[in-house]
Design a protein. Structure first.
Length: 271
């Protein structure tokens, strides 16, 4: 039976995602990106910030991608997004749109390709890595009146020297508190810590027997994978991006005269 082409853009997005083989979390990110371009096709500014994830995109025909003005609308939207979006994020969203358009064209759902002139945004030159925090800076950091979650994360990153992704991937049931280390796992070295983390981690888990060690402040969205959701509180695993934002915000006052804050990577002890 021949598959009928979808008339509506949103339905075409869902058909593409269903055939992509992506995990649900990745499909959610792709859906947000593709819905963002729908606002451009409707010649309306896309919502920004948290509202972008929650907003219902305009209902419009997929055939708008074949409209003579489609390419110009997408170029204008890309320029507008580029003014306030990280270049890597914008390039991922452009790549997502190009892949979807190619898939739709291969099925004969649209004829043209309005993404032809959408070039990747040049990435800034890599900055020199900031130096690890000095002892006096660490003392000032750990004296901040910051929430328990932040202080536990900062101590653990500094004392263990482990990669940030490794620490954020820890679960509450992976901690061997008496031995001050995580339980050994095949192919992975245990994360080891010292007295500061040993004091804070028992308070952080507070009887939790599973789920992510570091949690967000709010309940997880409904489509959050079970592995990234706390079975006790319903909150999600803290992301690298959010952890980095919080650290920079808390340390702006300590980073004078620049006032730009420090980065999580500066917590790793110097060689």
């Amino acid at each position: 039976m021949t598959e009928l082409p979808p008339v509506e853009y949103g339905l075409a997005v869902e058909r593409y995602l269903a055939a992509s083989g992506l995990a649900e979390g990745s499909r959610r990110i792709y859906r947000i990106a593709l819905n963002t371009w729908a606002w451009a096709l409707a010649d309306r500014p896309a919502p920004t910030g948290p509202e972008r994830r929650r907003a219902r995109p305009p209902v419009l025909p997929l055939a708008l991608l074949d409209h003579p003005d489609a390419a110009e609308r997408l170029r204008a939207a890309a320029a507008w997004r580029g003014a306030g979006t990280d270049p890597r994020t914008l390039n991922r969203e452009l790549s997502t749109l190009r892949a979807a358009v190619a898939w739709w064209r291969a099925r004969g759902w649209i004829d043209g390709d309005p993404t032809t002139d959408l070039r990747p945004v040049p990435l800034p030159a890599p900055a020199e890595a900031a130096a690890p925090l000095a002892e006096e800076q660490l003392r000032a950091l750990f004296a901040l009146r910051a929430p328990l979650r932040e202080q536990a994360l900062w101590h653990l990153l500094h004392e263990s020297g482990a990669a940030i992704e490794t620490v954020l991937a820890l679960n509450a049931d992976q901690l061997d508190l008496p031995r001050r280390r995580s339980h050994p796992r095949p192919g992975q070295a245990p994360v080891r810590w010292q007295s500061g983390s040993a004091r804070l981690l028992p308070l952080l888990i507070a009887g939790r027997t599973g789920g992510p060690l570091f949690l967000t402040d709010r309940r997880a969205p409904a489509d959050t994978p079970a592995a990234d959701r706390c079975p006790h509180t319903g909150r999600a695993r803290l992301s690298y991006r959010r952890a980095a934002e919080l650290f920079t915000a808390h340390t702006r006052a300590l980073a004078e005269p620049s006032g730009t804050g420090w980065t999580l990577r500066q917590l790793r002890p110097g060689r």
